[in-house]
Design a protein around this ligand. Structure first.
Ligand code: TPP
Ligand code: MG
Length: 653
């Protein structure tokens, strides 16, 4: 180990971080300065990585869960030779810079995931580690190892206070993810002051109880840290938590060790004092020590060599195992096979859309071996199990079904991690009402444009007896308000098949499938090309003679209701299925007016709150929706109690 090189690297990290934060007059110098040695050791000595190819599938993953310490990551990506120039660092936190306030996936080469919401990265790392074991199980052979990497995360006090890390750590321990190694920046400081204000449990004991190996060390002792990491690597049956005692803002003579250095620039005076303390030339902003440059320059050929060796192994493996290689290609190439057969339904067929979804999922699983996923302990209700494909566990890494346990938030974060890892197409399932418990992870999936699929069943008051705690009313609207999340609520079995196709085709963001508990009946569709039209968000289910007096816009199970009311009303009524409201709202006026003639009255029918629909009706009274919590009782009785009935809709028409 070249300790001088590492010391120079750590000094450069401190210099770059304090200067970038000072220049932006915004940011968090505390973590990067406190973790400069940890980061330098990781990027210089520990990580198997290829700065010239940040997407190399077999690289070690490094997740900065404590995303506010973004300058640590940017400094090290820059120093170790990723495509991140000093100029970008000088524009830290400015519009257009690759150095965003918090690390953003897709924006900066080498950033593995978007972090900032504390604990999220921790859960992503668990997902990445799961993906690694699964792909290793599928593709490695006795002769060739092509997937074999570690997942590291750096977490702070805040990450470990957040519930999501407890959920994710509990599952990681249970699953025995030996190649997951979390470094804990234990500086006993968070924003409001000492962590003692709100955080006093024994973290080591907690993680031991989760089934982790727990190690302790000093964040400034390279030899010791390196040995601890080796010990963590040697433990193949348990994930490891390495608790490293550190000093926030180390290097700042007057602010180190205080909460004042967590998230505010040091100030010009203190920057100067820190330069003096650290031995950085006083007049040199964004200083990089020549020894650090030299150190990382010397690393490049070694990293190249490692990468080339992997490429050679991969080539040899491909030649030796042509069938596996073909399989590999299907894992790495997104998309649906052309000739896939889907379940078939016709008018009159009645089934719950969750059940149809289960049948479609099964077909997809047969055709796409990299489709993996699971539920937060509701698989039998969500119809989300892949039959015949095993259950992922410490004994069976090849299983494609995950038992996430009752841990929705972690499930969301872990599926994001699986998706981020690459090679797998993950889904996650729970009741629609509990989408709230995973909302932060859904939001991050949307922000990162990850093609994760959510199966949300039990989608309205019609679930009945479980009562208002289990009856979603605001959730459709809440999900539709997340930019980039496609929300599909199919109304019958045929639409459900199509919704799954749309979800699978969507490679540029997450999709939520919102499904019924109760049966719905397949209706005939006026639009011959309804499945193509559905991709524009809406289509004509039933037309009337002449100009419609009323156009009913319905979704999901309410399409059946709208058809019945239209029939009973004896009026000229058109029924439109709005399978995807946001996509429909984004169509141009012509497209929309083809379905909703400008003179017609519009009535919206949805068993949920009215938010999001307002612009489509002329009179707010025409929002036939449910703007209150439900009741405990059989589904149809609840609907009757709330006045959400066909009869009432007929009156409105
Ligand atoms: C979910 C979430 N809640 C709150 C915040 C705001 N926040 C950012 S950093 C931080 C304190 C974190 O403390 P710690 O992890 O110990 O970081 P350190 O101060 O040691 O750098 C808080 C509350 C956040 N980023 N994410
Ligand atoms: Mg802290």
């Amino acid at each position: 180990m070249n300790t001088d090189g590492l010391i120079a690297s750590a000094l450069s990290v401190r210099a770059l971080s304090m200067d970038a934060v000072q220049a932006a007059n915004s940011g968090h110098p505390g973590l990067p300065m406190g973790c400069a040695e940890i980061g330098s050791l990781m990027y210089g000595e520990i990580l198997k990585h290829a700065p010239h190819d940040p997407e190399w599938i077999d690289r070690d993953r490094f997740v900065l869960s404590a995303g506010h310490g973004s300058m640590l990551l940017y400094s090290l990506l820059h120093l170790s030779g990723y495509d991140l120039s000093l100029d970008e660092i000088k524009k830290f936190r400015q519009i257009g810079s690759k150095c965003a306030g918090h690390p953003e996936y897709g924006l900066t080469p080498g950033v593995e995931t978007t972090t900032g919401p504390l604990g999220a990265g921790f859960s992503n790392a668990v997902g990445m580690a799961i993906a690694e074991t699964h792909l290793a199980e599928i593709f490695n052979t006795k002769q060739h190892t092509i997937i074999d990497h570690y997942t590291y995360a750096l977490a702070g006090d805040g990450c470990l206070m957040e519930g999501i890390s407890s959920e994710a750590a509990s599952l990681a321990g249970h699953l025995g993810l030996g190649k997951l190694i979390v470094l804990y920046d234990s500086n006993s400081i968070s924003i409001e002051g000492s962590t003692g204000l709100a955080f006093s449990e024994n973290v080591a004991d907690r993680f031991k109880a989760y089934g982790w190996q727990v190690l302790k060390g000093d964040a400034y002792d390279f030899q010791q840290m390196s040995q601890l990491i080796q010990k963590a690597q040697a433990e193949t049956k348990k994930p490891s938590l390495i608790i490293l005692t550190s000093i926030i803002g180390k290097g700042s003579p007057n602010k180190a060790g205080t909460h004042g250095v967590h998230g505010a620039p040091l100030g010009e005076e203190e920057v100067l004092a820190s330069r003096r303390e650290l031995g950085i030339p006083e007049d040199q902003a964004f200083f990089v020590h020549p020894e650090a440059r030299n150190y990382f320059k010397q690393k490049q050929p070694l990293w190249r060599q490692q990468y080339v060796e992997w490429e050679e192994t991969f080539k040899a493996w491909s030649n030796a195992n042509p069938d596996l290689k073909t399989k590999w290609d299907t894992y790495m190439q997104p998309g649906l096979p052309q000739d896939m057969a889907f379940p078939d339904f016709g008018p009159g067929d009645a089934e719950a859309t969750r059940k149809v979804s289960g049948a479609v999922l099964q077909k997809l699983a047969d055709a796409l071996p990299n489709l993996v996923g699971g539920s937060a302990d509701l698989a039998p209700s969500n119809n989300s199990e892949l039959k015949n494909y095993g259950h992922y566990s410490r004994e069976d890494r090849g299983g494609r079904n995950y038992h996430f346990g009752v841990r929705e938030h972690a499930m969301g974060g872990i599926t994001n991690g699986i998706s981020l890892h690459g090679g797998l197409r993950p889904y996650a399932a729970t009741f629609l009402v509990f989408s709230d418990y995973m909302r932060p992870a859904i939001r991050l999936a949307a922000l990162m444009k990850l093609p994760v699929i959510y199966i949300f069943t039990h989608d309205s008051i019609y679930i009945g007896e479980d009562g208002p705690t289990h009856q979603p009313v605001e959730h459709l609207s809440a999900l539709r308000s997340i930019p980039g999340l496609t929300v599909l609520r199919p109304g019958d079995p045929e639409e459900t098949v199509e919704a799954w196709k749309i979800a699978m085709e969507n490679q540029t963001g997450p999709t939520a499938l919102v499904l019924t508990r109760q049966n719905v009946t397949t209706y005939s569709k006026a639009d011959q090309n309804w499945n193509r039209s559905m991709r524009k968000g809406a289509y004509l289910v039933k037309d009337c003679k002449g100009t419609p007096e009323t156009v009913l816009l319905a979704t999901g199970s309410e399409i059946g209701m709208a058809l019945e009311a239209a029939e009973k009303s004896g009026k000229r009524v058109r029924v439109i299925s709005i399978a995807d409201l946001n996509t429909f709202l984004n169509q141009d006026t012509g497209e929309r007016e083809a379905l909703i003639p400008s003179g017609s009255r519009v009535v919206v029918v949805e068993a949920g709150i009215s938010a999001g629909w307002g612009t489509l009706v002329r009179d707010q009274k025409d929002l036939f929706t449910i703007n209150r919590f439900g009741e405990s009782g059989p589904g149809n009785d609840v609907a009757a109690q709330l006045g959400f009935t066909v009869e009432r809709l007929v009156e409105i028409i």
